[in-house]
Each structure stands twice: as structure tokens, then as C-alpha cells.
Design a binder for this molecule. Structure first.
Ligand SMILES: Cc1cc2nc3c(=O)[nH]c(=O)nc-3n(C[C@H](O)[C@H](O)[C@H](O)COP(=O)(O)OP(=O)(O)OC[C@H]3O[C@@H](n4cnc5c(N)ncnc54)[C@H](O)[C@@H]3O)c2cc1C
Length: 333
């Protein structure tokens, strides 16, 4: 038997139970970035049958989750893959320190958000930024790529935000759009249980950031990163907005997005040997029992390590599946 039932991300209680202390307190509220079947049920059943589970606290959850206005599963969240220009603020409206900039360090920012004692944060940006810098994760959010539609794909470099991004801006419950900063902050405060945001505090930081747009020798690390990103042709064309002031009315309207913690990947799981055989509590393989993919922590702890590069998770699942399949076939003769 080969267990390939996936991780635990749809079971928020299991995620909270396994939450590592190094990432602060577990979020009270999360949204779900995996289908409902990713509930860890087979993991528990296999553990009950004697399998050993290792590295339970290794998980990979995204910090830029937004509630899907058109959900496919319960509490369905979508991840924004943001470019570098939005201002990232904590629940009290204070800018996160370097290097917690959009798209830089998922696990690092997850820890920084955990340390605030709140389970959400904010991106503050302009229409000009959303048009160039917001991409959404998930096949249904990328009909151009999944449908291999070149005409739709060209929309990514044309003026205006891609259709799915505009739809979120219009219908997503985490979005606030306004012409002035005062209206924006008022709208942001209405989205949360407590009105924690102070206009003057936010305005001071936006003005300070905007001032650096006039300074060719700026030491604002995020502004330096924006200029740096634009040195790469691909990023310049399709991923990084022309540097501008957030309060420039020509770049507006202003946009704020409440970011939720979005569950995604399970990096711990059933411990196996290199043939995908599940190991028992005594470290010996359990006869005839194999595991592969996310339920096996991509083969017993993460083939690419805890801070794996984004997008390298699937490869470990396929590789461990091949190893387990070959070994099981050889055993079956
Ligand atoms: C939106 C999204 C985007 C992602 N993007 C990337 C990416 O860009 N790059 C990357 O590397 N990875 C990405 N991942 C992660 C990657 O897709 C997963 O790590 C990978 O699919 C896990 O493969 P798996 O076969 O182990 O588990 P799954 O793909 O979860 O498959 C598990 C299967 O087991 C079945 N199952 C579960 N429980 C039972 C049961 N009790 N009985 C019978 N069947 C059961 C399920 O129906 C399912 O078919 C993404 C994941 C999501 C959700």
C-alpha cells in the first residue's frame, strides 16, 4: 500500500496544534489555500498503524492570502504573488522592517506577523502598482496560462490589471479602494473588529517613503529593491511598476488589501527510507507500507529543505512517488 493523501492544510486545528513556537503564536483565524481533501486524515490513520511522523512543525503558509469572492472550497483563500512596490503594514499600521517586503521572505514575514500578536497585515498601494505587480496563485486565477491563451497572456503587459485581479479588487472583501488616504484608512478600519489604524501614523510613513522617490541615493531598502528589480528586463516589463509616489493622484486610486494567513504546504510527515518505505517507531520499515508526496514530508523531511525555493515542492512529491512506486512494484514482483 502506498499512502499519497497529501498534507494537513485544510484542517486548521491540526495546523494550530503543530504551529512552531519560532513563528510566534498560532493564528486564530486563517483561510484555506488547499482543497478540502488535504485534511491529514490518512496521516493520522497511518500513524495509528505504527508509522512514525517527523518534523510536524514544519509547514509553509503564505502571508498574502485574500478571501476568494468565488470560492471553490470552504474558506477558500488565494495567494497574491506581489511585486516589490506596495507598502506592507502590520495590523496597527506600522511598516514592517527590512527584509519583510512583498514577495521577499515568506517564512520570515510569517514570523514577523506572528510577533505582532495579530493574524493579519495590510498592503497599501496604488492602481498603478496593482496593474503591474499583482499575480494570483491557482489555476482558475490564471486562465491565460492554463488555457495556453496567448491573447489573454498579452494582457499582462498591457495597461490595466488582469481580469481576475480586477475582479478581486471589485468583489473581494479584503479590498478597500479610495481617492484619499483618509478615506482609505477609514475603510480599512471598518474591515476589522477593532479600528486599530491611525491616519496620521500611516500618513507619516507614506510621505517618508514617497520622499525617497526623489532621492537618487536613497537608503530606503525597499525603494532600492524596486530600482534593482527594474534592472532585469522581465521584471521591468511585467512585474515592477515604474517607481512613483503612492500619494501621486495620477497613480490612483489608492488601494489597501487586508492580508490573511493562508494555509498551504506540509513539510513534515511520515518518515520513510529512500525507497519510500514507511518507518515505524523503532526505525525499521513497516512491511508493505509506502508513502510519498506531501504526506511523507516530500520523502521524510523535505527534499529541498525547510526554506525551499517557491515552486520546488511538487518536484519532491513526484520524485518520492517514483521511488515509492518502483520499490512497491519490485516488492510485488
Ligand atoms: C493552489 C496551489 C498552488 C500550488 N502551487 C505550487 C507550485 O507552484 N509549485 C509547487 O511545487 N507546488 C505547488 N503547490 C503544492 C503542490 O501542489 C502539492 O505539494 C502537491 O500537489 C502535493 O502532491 P500530493 O500528491 O502529495 O498530494 P495531493 O496533490 O494533495 O493529492 C492527494 C490525493 O489524495 C486524495 N486523498 C486524500 N485523502 C484521501 C483518502 N482518505 N482516501 C482516498 N484518497 C484521498 C485526494 O483526493 C488527492 O487526489 C500548490 C498547491 C496549491 C493548493
Amino acid at each position: 500500500m502506498i499512502v499519497t493523501a497529501g498534507g494537513i492544510g485544510a484542517d486548521h486545528d491540526a495546523v494550530r496544534r503543530n504551529w512552531p513556537a519560532r513563528l510566534g503564536s498560532a493564528p486564530k483565524r486563517m483561510i484555506t489555500g488547499v482543497p478540502a481533501h488535504v485534511d491529514g486524515r490518512m496521516l493520522a490513520i497511518t500513524e495509528g498503524a505504527g508509522g512514525r511522523v517527523v518534523n510536524r512543525d514544519r509547514m509553509w503558509h503564505y502571508t498574502e492570502g485574500i478571501q476568494n469572492w468565488d470560492p471553490v472550497w470552504d474558506r477558500h483563500g488565494i495567494r497574491i504573488l506581489p511585486g516589490p512596490s506596495s507598502l506592507w503594514l502590520d495590523a496597527r499600521g506600522t511598516r514592517f522592517p527590512a527584509p519583510n517586503f512583498p514577495g521577499f521572505d515568506t517564512l520570515g514575514t510569517l514570523g514577523a506577523i506572528g510577533a505582532t500578536g495579530y493574524d493579519y497585515s495590510w498592503l497599501l498601494l496604488t492602481q498603478r502598482i496593482i496593474e503591474k505587480e499583482f499575480a494570483l496563485s491557482g489555476s482558475e486565477q490564471n486562465p491565460d496560462l492554463t488555457g495556453k491563451d496567448t491573447r489573454l497572456m498579452l494582457a499582462r503587459v498591457r495597461a490595466g490589471a488582469p481580469g481576475p485581479v480586477e475582479a478581486f479588487k471589485r468583489d473581494g472583501v479584503d479590498f478597500v479602494v479610495a481617492d484619499t488616504l483618509a478615506e482609505l484608512v477609514e475603510g480599512m478600519n471598518k474591515l476589522t473588529d477593532e479600528p486599530l489604524l491611525d491616519l496620521a501614523h500611516i500618513e507619516r510613513q507614506v510621505v517618508a517613503r514617497d520622499r525617497e522617490m526623489d532621492n537618487p541615493f536613497t537608503k530606503d531598502l525597499q525603494v532600492m529593491a524596486i530600482h534593482n528589480a527594474r534592472r532585469t528586463l522581465g521584471d521591468r516589463i511585467a512585474r515592477t511598476a515604474v517607481p512613483h509616489k503612492i500619494l501621486d493622484p495620477k497613480a490612483g486610486p489608492l488601494i489597501a488589501v487586508r492580508l490573511n494567513i493562508l494555509t498551504r504546504k506540509t513539510l513534515g510527515g511520515l518518515q520513510t527510507d529512500l525507497s519510500g518505505r514507511v518507518l515505524g517507531g523503532d526505525g525499521a520499515p513497516i512491511d508493505g507500507l509506502y508513502a510519498a508526496g506531501e504526506v511523507a514530508g516530500f520523502g521524510g523531511g523535505g527534499v529541498h529543505g525547510y526554506r525551499s525555493l517557491e515552486g520546488t515542492f511538487l518536484g519532491g512529491c513526484l520524485f518520492s512517488g517514483r521511488a515509492a512506486g518502483r520499490a512497491a512494484a519490485a516488492q510485488a514482483g
